[in-house]
Design a protein around this ligand. Structure first.
Ligand code: HEM
Length: 518
């Protein structure tokens, strides 16, 4: 008898769950937002999470936008999401109506990093962290950054002299890890000289892992999130014990320094934790200090190294553009010294190269998201409260209406006049609005310094190991070249005559096939 009752209760519960889910999967359609066909239990989870050998998630979303128009919904498990490629609508979401869209999407984590924080907590911590990248602080960081770039140049000289190809991704990862450690937490871990450094090894592994299965389970069944949090601690879910222990030691050492000699990002966080503030002001906890020190490393490492890797690849295939950078560097900096902080703002063409490269290959593709706090209406669409908006950055950057021949590398698109004539939401490599990338100016400074220093001294060339076109992979929120990018460097002074070599027709045709990601 008990068994019969139990089975009956289960059957009723299951029927109720399925009925509710069916109803839930009509939410977006009811609000005027078209959705592709979905799985009755998992929504569009299969198509929108990375699995080896499956179609790229970026490609899937790009195709949906072509089929359904500039606003298209899907269900990330049970969570409704809307891709918005309409630039005016995006301007409202990211800028004008930010109060309704202040939070990013659900990440299934309790970590207190700025990127995950919500509402007032986000505002408070963003205010604390913003001065890290003020002009005065960045000027002070310049010698530290310059030192790392010089070490990279030494390594490149050795490689150029040996004629060996270099995996640009690996080399830039060492550089950006050194730069962010020296600039944000004043620690010299010297990855360029020791690429086996364990912090670097951890970060490489961390950023290249696909989104964990447990997260997929949580988005499929969000009602079980609290239970999962209880059963599996955060560190087990995300595997970050090593870096937390490392950074906890760094914070402890910083506090033990009797005289504060540095005013870096870490010090701003520690001060915000140690200050005697009244209740109206934010006081960070030690956990928040460590989490956000980790965020500096995470955000400063993968994004910039990937952007520099793509740029080197594009430059190797476009020697005429290398020559234009060279001319600019020769004019602004000369050939006898390294670029200074003041020089960088005058490297207008070099900056256009960095922006055009991040237009063609945005390193961060799945991260510009905002969750609606309340129902929000725009034209025929209503974004229901709780729904996540995702900015399809790849599709916007490859829209021929915004960028004619989007598959071609044309830095002129980002010279000041051309930029001014375009919609402000047409370029979103660093996101948009008040919640955009905090490190934007730092990243561009680093990219310009590296590009000008490399081109001042070397020619970048493709070699037999260079894969053209690149295969890209999107395992999580980052999109990377799948198997690194191998190129050769040649000293300008000795190896090659100083002249422009146009790409061969074969190379040019292959370059035009900019692939969508794997
Ligand atoms: C080429 C390099 C970089 C790219 C392409 C990039 C891209 C992005 C993007 C797309 C976002 C999301 C913005 C949005 O939602 O509107 C973001 C957020 C963020 N980035 Fe970057 N980023 C880069 C470098 C950096 C660096 C060097 C740092 C700092 C060390 C940094 C720190 C952050 C932080 C803290 C956020 C979160 C901001 C918030 O939630 O308030 N990024 N970045």
């Amino acid at each position: 008898m008990i068994t019969v009752v139990l089975v009956a209760v289960l059957a009723v519960l299951l029927t109720h769950f399925l009925w509710r889910r069916k109803n839930h999967f009509q939410l977006l359609a009811r609000n005027g937002i078209p959705t592709p066909k979905y799985h009755w239990l998992l929504g569009h989870m299969e198509q929108t999470f990375y699995s080896p050998g499956k179609r790229s998630v970026v490609e899937v979303k790009h195709e949906w936008l072509q089929l359904y128009g500039k606003v298209c919904g899907f269900y990330s498990g049970a969570i409704p999401r809307v891709l918005v490629a309409d630039l005016d609508m995006l301007k409202h979401i990211l800028v004008k109506d930010i109060n309704n869209f202040v939070n990013r999407s659900f990440f299934g984590t309790d970590k207190k990093m700025l990127i995950f924080l919500r509402d007032q907590q986000w505002k408070d911590v963003r205010r604390i962290m913003t001065p890290v990248f003020s002009s005065a602080k960045m000027k002070k960081m310049m010698p530290l950054m310059g030192g790392c770039v010089e070490e990279l140049m030494d390594m490149y000289e050795t490689a150029a002299d040996s004629g060996q190809p270099i995996d640009m991704m690996e080399a830039f990862q060492c550089l950006t890890m050194d730069v962010i450690n020296r600039c944000a937490i004043t620690l010299d871990i010297n990855c360029i000289k020791n690429p086996k450094n364990e912090v670097l090894a951890f970060m490489r592994k961390y950023v290249s892992q696909p989104i964990p299965c447990i997260f997929k389970f949580i988005v499929a069944f969000p009602m079980l999130y609290d239970l999962i949090r209880l059963l599996i601690p955060e560190n087990k879910r995300n595997n970050i014990t090593f870096i937390e222990e490392h950074l906890t030691k760094v914070v402890k050492q910083r506090r033990e320094q009797t005289q504060a000699t540095v005013v870096d990002g870490l010090q701003l966080l520690v001060d915000a934790a140690d200050a005697n503030v009244d209740a109206s002001k934010t006081k960070l906890t030690d956990e928040e200090v460590v989490d956000n020190a980790f965020l500096f490393l995470l955000a400063g490492f993968e994004t910039t190294s990937t952007a520099l890797t793509y740029t080197s690849y594009l430059l190797a295939l476009n020697p005429d553009i290398q020559e234009k950078i060279f001319q600019e560097v020769e004019e602004v900096v000369g050939l006898e010294r390294a670029p200074s902080y003041e020089d960088l703002s005058k490297l207008v063409y070099t900056e256009a190269v960095a922006l055009e490269s991040t237009r063609m290959y945005p390193p961060v593709t799945g991260f510009i998201t905002r969750q609606a706090t309340q129902d929000w209406q725009y034209g025929p669409y209503t974004i229901p409260a709780g729904t996540e908006v995702e900015v399809p950055v790849w599709s916007i950057h490859h829209n021929p209406e915004l960028y004619p021949q989007p598959e071609l590398f044309k830095p002129e698109r980002f010279l000041p006049k051309a930029k001014k004539d375009r919609h402000t939401m047409a370029y979103l490599g660093f996101g948009g609005g008040p919640r955009n990338c905090l490190g934007l100016r730092f990243a561009l400074m680093e990219m310009k310094l590296v590009l000008s220093s490399v081109i001042q001294r070397f020619y970048i060339k493709p070699c037999s190991h260079t894969k053209v076109p690149l295969t890209l992979v999107t395992r999580n929120v980052f999109t990377n070249p799948d198997e690194g990018v191998w190129l050769t460097l040649h000293r300008r002074t000795t190896d090659l005559p100083h002249h422009y070599e146009p790409p061969t027709q074969v190379l040019y045709n292959r370059l035009c096939q900019v692939p969508l990601t794997k």
